[in-house]
Design a protein around this ligand. Structure first.
Ligand SMILES: [Zn+2]
Length: 281
């Protein structure tokens, strides 16, 4: 009898631990006009989507070390521009990366050269994406790779777009996808609806069209950017579009690192490492 009670107690304790740990967090790093986002699943899996520039990679590495993270289960390189893959070189060198998803495209620049060099010692699995693919993790988190649809040729049109879903909550990561990509995704009627949208290409006007936004219908939009920048991003037309649709915009230049936490049922306003502007208070 005592033994049965013991097992019931252990079962209840394990359930309470599971309940308290059943959170998924998404952190968008403040790495300038560059992209780096980390997803930590309820089972402790780590997914890194882009790594910023080489400097940004240092920031991501420090964050991972501060949390005693040693392994990246899934690394996604959305496309080979230096503000997306430059920082991944450091992560590949200093952490155990188990699987890598990229487009197979190349780009002549220092950031990509560093990434390619680091890959020479890579011992995990590499998947060159084209065509839709769904990856389901033991934690119940699903990664739905929506783009590239074809063998990648154009650096932005064929950028990786991935929708990550946990329970009822979804987040859409668009890399630097453009209006052509958005048109294809809309035409194919793939699931786009997401609570959180990582705004493409640092808020450039060649993406984040009205029809696309209507299909995604996000509550929160995150723009990784530093401003002012020589490209004038985020473009005012994109900011106006987001505002007119009632979408709450969080920018890394205003908020610092931006972290969302969800139990798979609801997602609240994110935590920012910098004091928010009046608009968000
Ligand atoms: Zn790009």
């Amino acid at each position: 009898m005592r033994r049965v009670l013991y097992f019931i107690l252990i079962f209840l304790l394990s359930q309470s631990v599971l309940a308290s740990e059943g959170q998924l967090t998404i952190t968008f790093f403040d790495v300038g006009i560059a992209d780096a986002a980390l997803i930590e699943t309820p089972a402790g899996e780590h997914i890194l989507i882009d790594g910023g520039t080489e400097e940004g990679g240092g920031k991501v590495a420090n964050y991972l070390k501060s949390r005693r993270v040693k392994t990246i289960d899934i690394m996604i390189a959305t496309h080979p521009h230096p503000d997306h893959v430059g920082g991944l070189a450091k992560i590949l060198r200093e952490f155990e990366v188990r699987s890598l998803y990229d487009t197979g495209m190349e780009y002549e620049c220092e950031g990509f050269a560093a990434y390619r060099e680091a890959l020479k010692a890579f011992k995990g699995t590499t998947t060159t994406l084209f065509g839709r693919m769904i990856l389901s993790l033991p934690s119940g988190v699903h990664l739905d790779f929506l783009n590239p649809k074809r063998q990648a040729k154009h650096i932005h049109t064929d950028c990786i777009v991935v929708r990550i879903r946990y329970g009822d909550i979804a987040a859409l990561f668009t890399g630097d996808a453009n209006d052509v990509t958005e048109g294809v995704l809309l035409f194919d009627e793939v699931p786009l609806k997401s609570d959180i949208l990582k705004v493409s290409h640092h808020g450039a006007s060649d993406a984040t069209g009205e029809e696309f936004l209507k299909a995604v219908a996000p509550r929160y939009a995150v723009i990784p950017v530093t401003a002012p920048n020589k490209y004038g991003r985020p473009h005012q037309v994109v900011l106006d579009r987001l505002k007119s649709m009632g979408i709450a915009v969080y920018r890394t230049d205003e908020c610092g690192d931006i972290t969302f936490t969800t139990d798979g049922k609801s997602v609240g306003a994110p935590k920012c490492t910098r004091k928010l502007s009046k608009e968000h208070q």
